[in-house]
Design a protein around this ligand. Structure first.
Ligand code: SAM
Length: 357
């Protein structure tokens, strides 16, 4: 049976699995999932032949929220201490006629791996592994234009999950994990969330169109100012809406107006470029707020968090998505909505909407 391995935040395997079942079904494909509890992995089994590639053909990774990245599984060999490279080669030889051409191999660990020795081994293993695979004719020369990449997951020293990902339908960052460093001047760790959101949701070659050029933004639930700090770094003027205190250095930039008001009822006098919202409240309330802002032309772009409840997290996202879709359609506007359980998110997901017409 064909198998897709999907990556998600550890603890969200059931949500990612349900999302795969639903996405496959809407693409006319059927499967079931096995969560690997608290490992951030979901095995998704497709019930017909040649369906794994069909799924990756029909469902874009950008349409998924809880699934951060995925690959098609080829084999899961044991790795004997004396010849791990040989074990991978032997396993792949049996798939030579069906696997796509690959010109690179990526060795990954589980997101919550704590074994530093395994990390060091994985880094050093890539070079001899690549030599061995090329020597056996199982991998092309680097950058030879192959459409796929070999992927090897190492849960530990003794086993490997071998598969491949497709260039046109995988996460931009391996495993969907965007590792960022927090500059000392950032007022809070939350700053990383907005930075990651921009990296995930904005087309990299057009990032400046979205966030450059001295735009105006509103940050609802702004204190102490991590998101406002990101907006200011891009040269924006910011209304920081929060009853709590804002970081003094940030206020000294002169680019921030601190508005002590309720973020759900405050509105700007005229339309602005960005509205971002990091208020922890009922997700449906936030979804309605966003419909009002985007639908009535108060902002062109928005990034906002939806704090998910402890239970029925996937179902709550579907309800919020309906509120957004139905509200924006009723407002008669064109929009692009994307959502993702970001690496820097915990119990919340982050959404992006841009008005397109
Ligand atoms: N994004 C901020 C940062 O990067 O520093 C962190 C925001 S913190 C998670 C949530 C903030 O929302 C708190 O400062 C809280 O005072 C504020 N908040 C909660 N309810 C609010 C409301 N109805 N209107 C405005 N702010 C609110």
């Amino acid at each position: 049976m064909e198998q897709i391995l999907a990556f998600c935040r550890p603890g969200f395997e059931a949500e990612a699995g349900q999302e795969l079942v639903d996405s496959a079904m809407s693409a006319g494909l059927y499967g079931y999932f096995q969560p690997e509890r608290d490992r951030g992995l979901v095995r998704f089994y497709l019930t017909g032949p040649e369906q794994a590639e069909a799924l990756l053909d029909r469902v874009g990774i950008d349409t998924l929220v809880f699934v951060r990245d995925w690959l098609i599984v080829l084999d899961t060999p044991d790795l004997p201490l004396e010849d791990r490279v040989g074990a991978v080669i032997d396993a792949l030889k049996t798939h030579r006629s069906t696997m796509p051409r690959c010109d690179r191999v990526e060795v990954r660990l589980l997101e919550n791996n704590t074994d530093r020795d395994l990390g060091n081994f994985a880094r050093k293993w890539v070079a001899p592994l690549s030599r061995g695979l090329r020597g056996a004719g199982l991998m092309d020369e680097p950058d030879s234009g192959a459409s796929a990449r070999l992927e090897i997951i190492l849960p530990d020293f003794t086993q490997a999950i071998i598969g491949f990902s497709l260039a046109e339908n995988r996460a931009r960052y391996a495993g969907g994990i965007v590792r960022l460093r927090l500059p000392a001047s950032a007022p809070s760790r939350s700053a990383l969330k907005l930075e990651e959101a921009w990296k995930v949701f904005l087309p990299p070659e057009r990032e400046l169109d979205y966030i450059g050029g001295g735009k105006t933004a509103a940050d609802l639930g702004a204190a102490p100012g991590g998101w406002t700090w990101q907006l200011v770094r891009q040269g924006m003027s910011v209304y920081a809406v929060d009853n709590g205190p804002m970081n003094a250095d940030l206020m000294a930039t002169g680019q921030v107006e601190h508005v002590r008001a309720d973020g759900y009822s405050w509105r700007p006098h005229r339309g602005i470029d960005w509205m971002v919202c990091d208020i922890v409240d009922q997700p449906r309330k936030t979804a309605h707020l966003v419909v009002d802002w985007i639908g009535s032309g108060l902002c062109r772009y928005t990034v906002f968090n939806l704090k998910l409840p402890m239970k029925k997290r996937y179902e709550e996202w579907l309800i919020c998505r309906d509120i957004l879709d139905e509200g924006l359609k009723a407002a008669g506007i064109g929009y692009r909505l994307q959502a993702r359980h970001l690496y820097h998110d915990r119990e919340e997901i982050t959404c992006f909407i841009e008005r397109t017409g």
